[in-house]
Design a protein around this ligand. Sequence first.
Ligand code: FNR
Length: 341
Amino acid sequence: MRWIDSLEAAAAEKLPEPVHRYFRQGSAAGVSAAEATAAWAAYRFRPHVLTDVSTVELRTTVLGTPIDVPVMVAPTTLQRQADPDGEAAMAAGVAAANSVLGISSNAGTTFADIGAVGAPWWLQIYVVKNRDVTLRMLDKAVAAGARAVVLTADTPVVGRKEDEGPTVWDVIPEGHLLANLDEYSDEDLGKADDLTPDVIGWLAERTGLPVVVKGVLRGDDAKRCADAGAAGVIVSNHGGRQLDGSISTARALPEVAEALSGSSTELYVDGGIRRGEHVLAALSVGARAVFVGRPALWALTVGGSAGVTRLLGDLADELDHAMRLIGVPTLAGLSPDLLDL
Ligand code: FNR
């Protein structure tokens, strides 16, 4: 069996059942979570033949940071359930693969400990009702070397998970969540549900960092973000964990790519990406790089930081192979012309 496909079952053996369920589940009826990967598999390629593919080049940059492969790790919570060193172990695995990772604002490891690992990392943030709480977190992230702020915009309220039996919140130990928040009340942490594109400029000004908006599924919204100064946009439906029934990211991506064409705002995508062919489709539509969420949690659980490095390496190897088969050896050569849209 392909190693990546074996990961979830192997992780399920090691994780408490509510944690495994939390990692895998979507919100509500789970429609968007269930269809994400199938939507990538629905793309059809129009390969070139008789081109020189003896050398394939996968290196690129994201917001100016060089990466060896256009696959990054998405921000996810509860990584200390997957590995005792949590986000620091994830960062070490990403560093060895020369990629970039997102760190959740709910992380269970301090930004200082994550920054000390040396992987380039972007802070994912939920702007909360008490802006002072958000500002204190931003200051810590800047001090610890975060290279960008990823504003998660699809979570004015948290999507409901329909659990039966004990949930993850019943089983996680103290200290596995919110290691970077202090002096707050539960009310402070309510998600701000009155955000407008102005928040992009506010975040950029307060941090001096590029701001990437995560959770965009429409071309018009991508344009609003770009016009408001976003350095990047992540097409995402939060792994099917926010509005259930949201369009799959594979289907949303072409419209967003069209809306951002000619703009300097970088385009990324996540959700259900599990194979090199899925990465190839995303890059051909117009994404600069992709993120993987759950596969990195499974890989961290099963193999620690070395597992994360292997995951990114295997996806790089599959992408390399698929690029030879499609007859295009450079990322710059990928375009929608290679797809039967
Ligand atoms: C997430 N995701 C997420 N996103 C975010 O912006 N902040 C967060 O704290 C989290 N936490 C989180 C926890 C878990 C367990 C999962 C599975 C996901 C969403 C994540 O960044 C990403 O959008 C999806 O995981 C991508 O889909 P795949 O690759 O998991 O299918």
